[in-house]
Design a protein around this ligand. Structure first.
Ligand code: AKG
Ligand code: FE2
Length: 458
């Protein structure tokens, strides 16, 4: 879904614990700000991409660097560039072979039984392109199944959703003085009219309600069971091959049951979604998401978020256990946090985002230079993310803030102190132009990721 804006934390916030994060995810995502009193580069890029949707992100990044991080100077310069219709340069691409040295540790040490120092695959500014399912599962927190559905079922679903997507809309929202709109269209599907009502009137997405919620279509429903089986299989496989035979702490041991689906439509190469993590508020910690791609092939980019200490220098990060008892990432090369991996998502591929993904990685679908048209969808790509909304995380149970609205669940991603710890905070802290109340509460879970409420169950 759409998420591409954020702002820096108001200096007046009374809660020191919030310092490292403050984000404005319009729907179900979380974007992160820096902790140095300025918007992080991602945020600046997200803002600039929204303001200049037709300019390649790599170009925006270079212009931003040339202007020493000034958003104002960059936007001015980009406006000139657009006027002059200057072309944009193609980003340099590198292959896996030129970077892979040994077997990498990909998930912050969680899967790394060997103490041998491993080299990270992607360096700052470089992007590794992965096509092979084995490479994807070894080097990212995802697994991919190509040719997932029988071809005729994939086409039926694609045709159905192309028709549906004719009435999808871009989300618009206000960012400071600008009205910004999401760089693709989307809609949300649930199983029953009762759930539809709940989504419209009980669930809150960053202070707003979803307006476009639909009942699951016949083909979406038909495919759901197969996605469910495959994802549960992949989860078990991941546990045995990557987590040493034991589920992660806070990961639910229950079978994954998709009961909602966001469907995105990307019309043409320029439509995109910026860097984000999906919101855990209704999914709980260590959530798994099944993502089915149809139509035009696009690149799904992932990059790990490494914690930094207060001096933003993480080069001396010792290997130790964080507050949630997961080992901190072993590889602390600051450049490493900037490296990106591009997973190519062809028509009819199922990508499973595993339990380590949302807390420790960010993902995006960046604008493309060119696409190969698909025989059925032309220049369009449809993406379905099946999600398991957990009853225990229904807004009727989650903490309410001073604004009287259900709070959002977040995780400390960037700061070394409290890295990996979850907290509930006021949703308005994520909404531009809205004064947030000071609500903050560390989140507590059982080992199986069920919430423990202070003062007993609400
Ligand atoms: O289109 C995709 O593959 C990813 C979409 C996404 O990240 C999301 O809906 O949260
Ligand atoms: Fe996402």
């Amino acid at each position: 879904m759409d998420a591409f804006i954020t702002r820096k934390k108001r200096k007046s916030s009374p809660s020191p614990k919030l310092e490292e994060t403050l984000e404005i995810p319009p729907r179900s995502e979380t974007f992160e700000t820096g902790n140095d009193g300025e918007e992080s580069t991602d945020i600046k890029l997200a803002m600039l991409s929204s303001l200049h949707p037709n300019i390649d992100q790599q170009m925006i990044f270079e212009v931003l660097l040339a202007h020493e991080g000034s958003v104002e100077a960059t936007t001015e310069s980009l406006s000139q560039t657009t006027k002059k219709k200057t072309g944009v340069g193609a980003p340099s691409q590198t292959s896996l072979r030129s970077f892979a040295i040994g077997k990498p540790s990909i998930i912050g040490g969680l899967s790394s039984p060997s103490k041998k120092k491993t080299k990270l695959l992607a360096r700052r500014g470089a992007t590794l392109h992965l096509y092979d399912p084995q490479d994807v599962s070894e080097h990212t927190p995802c697994t991919i199944i190509h040719n997932f559905l029988p071809p005729e079922d994939a086409n039926r679903l694609l045709v159905e959703l192309l028709e549906e997507s004719k009435t999808y809309e871009k989300i618009t929202f206000k960012l400071f003085d600008n009205v910004v709109s999401s760089p693709h269209t989307s809609s949300f599907y649930v199983r029953s009219y009762d759930e539809l009502d709940q989504q419209k009137y009980e669930y809150v997405y960053n202070g707003a309600r979803l307006t476009d919620v639909r009942k699951i279509t016949p083909q979406l429903d038909n495919v759901k069971t197969r996605v469910e089986e495959a994802v549960n299989r992949e989860i078990q496989e991941r546990i045995s091959t990557c987590y040493g035979g034991k589920k992660l702490k806070y990961q639910s041991p229950k079978p994954w049951r998709p009961n909602a689906a966001f469907v995105n439509c990307y019309q043409g190469p320029q439509e995109s979604v910026g860097w984000h993590s999906d919101q855990l508020t209704y999914l709980g910690p260590r959530a798994v998401i099944g993502s089915l791609s149809l139509g035009v092939t696009r690149e799904f980019r992932v990059r790990r978020v490494l914690p930094k200490d207060n001096n933003t220098n993480n080069s001396n990060l010792p290997s130790k256990v964080s507050n949630n008892n997961n080992p901190l990432p072993e590889d602390t090369n600051p450049d490493a946090s900037e490296g990106q991996i591009a997973i190519h998502l062809p028509h009819n591929s199922l990508l499973v985002m595993h339990a380590e993904m949302q807390e420790e990685w960010k993902h995006s679908v960046l604008p493309a230079h060119a696409i190969d048209p698909h025989p059925v969808s032309g220049n369009r790509r449809i993406n379905i993310t099946y999600r398991d909304y957990r009853e225990a995380f229904h807004p009727r149970y989650t903490p309410k803030c001073g604004c009287g609205v259900a709070t959002v669940l977040r995780v400390v991603q960037k700061k070394r102190e409290n890295w990996g710890r979850y907290f509930w905070m006021c949703h308005a802290g994520n909404v531009p132009g809205k004064e947030s109340c000071t609500f903050f509460q560390w989140a507590e879970f059982t080992d199986d990721g069920d919430p423990i409420w202070k003062g007993g169950q609400k």
